[in-house]
Ligand binder design. Sequence first.
Ligand SMILES: NC(=O)c1ccc[n+]([C@@H]2O[C@H](COP(=O)([O-])OP(=O)(O)OC[C@H]3O[C@@H](n4cnc5c(N)ncnc54)[C@H](OP(=O)(O)O)[C@@H]3O)[C@@H](O)[C@H]2O)c1
Length: 291
Amino acid sequence: MNNLASLLRKNKFLILGCGFSGSFFAKTIRKLGCTALTSSRSKNKDPNSFVFDSENGIVPSEEVFDGVTHILSCIPPNKNGNDPVLRILQSKLESLSLEWVGYLSTTGVYGNTEGDWVSERNKPNPLQKRSLNRLNCEKEWIESNLPVQIFRLPGIYGPGRSTFEAIRNQKIRVITKKDQVFSRIHVADIANAIIYLLQNKDILKFHKIINIADDEPCSQIEVIQYCYDLLGLKMPKPTLFEEVKKELSPIAQSFWMENRKVSNKLLCETLGYKLIYKNYKLGLKNCFLNL
Ligand SMILES: NC(=O)c1ccc[n+]([C@@H]2O[C@H](COP(=O)([O-])OP(=O)(O)OC[C@H]3O[C@@H](n4cnc5c(N)ncnc54)[C@H](OP(=O)(O)O)[C@@H]3O)[C@@H](O)[C@H]2O)c1
């Protein structure tokens, strides 16, 4: 057994919020022989799943916490802008002597940099209410007595959730906006970066906040064009953001109001993580092969 597998095998993870990223992370660490229990808000057939629903006050049973060493929370802020996990489970988690707690946050906390690069060293400057809420949740985690590491993520994509699905479900809006870029991350790089940091925890400096983003922020239209090319289809003529703005939902509009490039230098240069998918082309090829 290699070093990584033997290291993880001793651990028991709870993944709170087994959505897209949480389930990918659980699958990845289970392949390494690790125990990983996952939460969802409704009961399902998976024997490794338990129910946690902060809104309805459904908390996990005591045995779920037995022997837990690591926790990853993938649950967004609640309606009041508080962290749903801490609101209900903070004292329970603090009683567990956990080795590590990860929290998936968003790069939305940086706000709009008008296309400039932004790193962990920049002061957050949230524009949207949901990003203010997120910053508040980050603060709650940092102020807890838990060994927390926060991962700020840009747009997450991967097999089963990418522009290909939007094209296939005819939900795609082919929109262009001058000089607008977005940062992205393939879900496999979220899982692998976290595992890399855990594997090297004893030799790397512990950073409380780390961006996980790929190397090449770019416009949305480049991504859409690339997907149409891989599918061998003709991309519809793009419309200008300004022309369709009013037809978009408030949330869709808000994404276009922020323009930033998220730096991964801390993760990839200082800490030495090697991305699996350095850019959208490599990542989307992987999604295409899994269609
Ligand atoms: N999607 C993106 O592009 C993106 C970008 C940056 C950051 N993020 C953030 O990163 C995290 C992971 O993202 P994701 O897209 O992988 O998440 P996701 O697929 O939306 O999954 C979210 C999970 O949270 C659970 N959940 C939500 N409210 C809950 C509550 N009140 N009590 C208990 N569980 C609750 C959901 O439970 P059910 O399984 O029962 O639905 C689900 O498992 C989230 O915090 C997300 O906001 C996402």
